[in-house]
Design a protein around this ligand. Sequence first.
Ligand SMILES: C[S@@+](CC[C@H](N)C(=O)[O-])C[C@H]1O[C@@H](n2cnc3c(N)ncnc32)[C@H](O)[C@@H]1O
Length: 234
Amino acid sequence: MNYQIKMSRRLQQIDTMIGQSYQHIWDCCCDHGLLGLTLLKRQAADTVHFVDIVPVLLRQLEDDLKTHYGQMQSKSRWQVHCTDVINLPLVEVCENPDSDKHLIVIAGVGGELTISLMTAILSRFSNYPLEFILCPVHHNYKVREFLISRQLGLIAESLIIENKRGYEILHVAQNVADPVSTVGSKMWDFSQQAHLDHLHKNIKHYQRIAKNPLTNVQAIIHQYQNLLHRQSVS
Ligand SMILES: C[S@@+](CC[C@H](N)C(=O)[O-])C[C@H]1O[C@@H](n2cnc3c(N)ncnc32)[C@H](O)[C@@H]1O
């Protein structure tokens, strides 16, 4: 595909976190499909799947793919699926269900939606060795708690600041020994002011919530504050 794909820094970072070892990569909630197009261009998987629930978006994307990326021009194939991610047709596309490696990317949607999509995928495909890259727009703490409750381990994580907003990107899978931390571990680089700002923002967010006596978020505040403390003594 020769036309230029202009991606956000957040999507660029997700792209750099994806290696070449997958039979299937699922760009879920793909919108205009920028991430998937980039992955297809560099042949990151045998098949790149574009998944979104909005028909008009996927019709346009499919037309673009046919025009710029005929199925015969590359080792990588593509498929477009206009469906709710909870109905991901993962089994249908598998040639070798026992050995096919799948990476499922869910980025750019809220944390609560991310959790409900993950819940459906994990319960439908509990026997498949799936990897996930997640980048929720909000509720990182809740998403991380959910991943811990499902015994997903951490392959990598990254913090990207874009338009003054911090995005936490998590690469996780089952049967990975490294635990996910509720407040992040490997992603922090406190030599960067933007990372400190993101941490302070999280603390302030939960301090605002703590003003409501019906909430109980002190433990969360302490966990974020501990990160601050640890970096100031190191
Ligand atoms: C803001 S875009 C995210 C685009 C891209 N993934 C990113 O990170 O920039 C959110 C997309 O999610 C899609 N979406 C929301 N809920 C969905 C669901 N349950 N199943 C499939 N797509 C969904 C919307 O149609 C929209 O195109």
